[in-house]
Design a binder for this molecule. Structure first.
Ligand code: ZN
Length: 409
């Protein structure tokens, strides 16, 4: 931990119980005077999404009413939403972080920023707009839908930066190709809200729109989108460590993991006033990338998200993520990217079978199975049972298909 980060944390912890009734209750059993070192900090309890839901409606508020200027709400899939109050400084800080994202993507005050994420209680559209305005670019706040109008405005106003989800960016790219209007489109950059999306889709959007793409990261609980983005190196996402402290933990044990190891991202807000969060579990899987970035930016990096903790399974003491299998398959010549994992408990031990598709003939499959076994063993230290099957044998689904089946319980 950087000394200046520890200083920020110390200040935050010194006042949190007096400013936040939520944390006064949560840290009831903790004497904040005892938190004297980064390792004491790592012993503090996590804050979970359930904690935030339980605080509905305004239980997270940590500043007086006259300082709260806005609320946002996270789009919970089920049940009670989470309400996040913002002070004027929070709104400003968020815009500063977002403007940095645009700068990292090479956006300048001369750009015209076409904003298709939605406006409303959630943090999407308004974050993209505030960042663009602070940078001095021209914000074009269309919001989602009405593709005809989007494309007309894109041509008439000469939009140069597209902000969108990956699926909407793909729809726009396909429509532009269908209508043969690519020569009238002036886009040069795409800032895409981070979902987990494949390299193939990425390459298609980039080539059909003729743009360079940047993944932007964020979540409503922590300001919103704009807390991280990839640079031109395209290998990882920089994040703003003067506003946020990132830890990576083992999702099963809660233990803090060293840099370079994949685990669950846990975020602490260093400057947030309206609803500060300490050790908030994001359920996003990533790793902190060790060392400086070749781009020269002083900001640290996390890897592009590799999934959610809900996708993780533990086998013989090893945490297995879909990304591990995907990376191993990519390294084995002749294996396609389609796979399915079955985990069973047989004869007193866990057995993980990895079915994967290949166009190789039956007699050539033993070698490729051995190659996959060795690759996974080297990668995560786990011996699996590899089973090559024909192309098309494994189920396909339009949506992200379930790949790992745990039959042990
Ligand atoms: Zn970089």
């Amino acid at each position: 931990m950087k000394p200046e980060t520890w200083e920020q944390l110390r200040c935050l912890l010194a006042t949190i119980k007096s400013t936040s009734p939520f944390y006064a209750r949560k840290f009831n059993a903790v004497d904040m005077g005892d938190v004297q070192s980064p390792s004491d900090f790592e012993a503090l309890p996590f804050t979970t999404k359930d904690d935030l839901r339980d605080a509905y409606p305004l239980g997270l508020q940590a500043a007086p009413d006259e300082k709260i200027v806005r609320i946002h709400s996270s789009s919970g899939t089920t049940g009670t939403p989470v309400i996040l109050p913002y002070t004027a400084k929070d709104v400003q800080d968020w815009a500063i972080m977002f403007a940095r994202c645009y700068q990292m993507a090479g956006v300048t005050p001369l750009d015209r920023v076409h904003i298709t994420p939605g406006y409303g209680m959630w943090t999407a559209g308004i974050g993209f707009q505030a960042g663009a305005e602070l940078l001095g670019a021209m914000a074009i706040p269309l919001g989602p839908g009405n593709t005809d109008k989007q494309l007309q405005m894109m041509m008439d106003l000469g939009s140069t930066v597209l902000c969108a989800t990956s699926s909407y960016a793909l729809l726009l790219a396909e429509t532009i190709a269908e209508r043969g209007i690519k020569s009238k489109i002036k886009l040069r950059k795409g800032v895409i809200g981070s979902e987990r999306w494949g390299e193939k889709m990425r390459a298609r959007i980039a080539s059909e729109l003729g743009v360079k793409l940047y993944d932007i990261y964020g979540l409503t609980e922590i300001y919103g989108p704009g807390i991280g983005i990839n640079c031109d190196e395209q290998t990882a996402m920089h994040y703003w460590d003067d506003y946020l402290y990132f830890e990576i933990i083992d999702p099963a044990t809660g233990e803090v993991l060293p840099n370079g190891t994949t685990g669950e991202l846990v975020i602490t807000t260093l400057c947030k006033e309206g609803a500060p969060l300490i050790r908030f579990r994001t359920h996003d899987l990533t790793a902190i990338v060790p060392g400086p970035c070749p781009c020269g930016s002083p900001y640290p990096r996390i890897e592009t998200l590799t999934g959610r903790t809900d996708d993780m399974v533990k086998v013989k003491g090893v945490n297995v993520f879909p990304a591990h299998i995907e990376e191993a398959l990519a390294l084995v010549n002749g294996a396609s990217s389609e796979y399915q994992v079955m985990i069973d408990h047989l004869y007193g031990k866990d057995i993980m079978t990895v079915f994967f598709e290949t166009s190789l003939q039956q007699e050539d499959r033993a070698a490729i199975e051995q190659a996959l076994l060795a690759t996974i063993k080297a990668k995560i230290g786990l011996s699996v049972l590899p089973k090559a099957v024909n192309i098309g044998d494994l189920p396909r689904s339009e949506k992200k298909s379930k790949r790992i089946f745990d039959n042990r319980y």
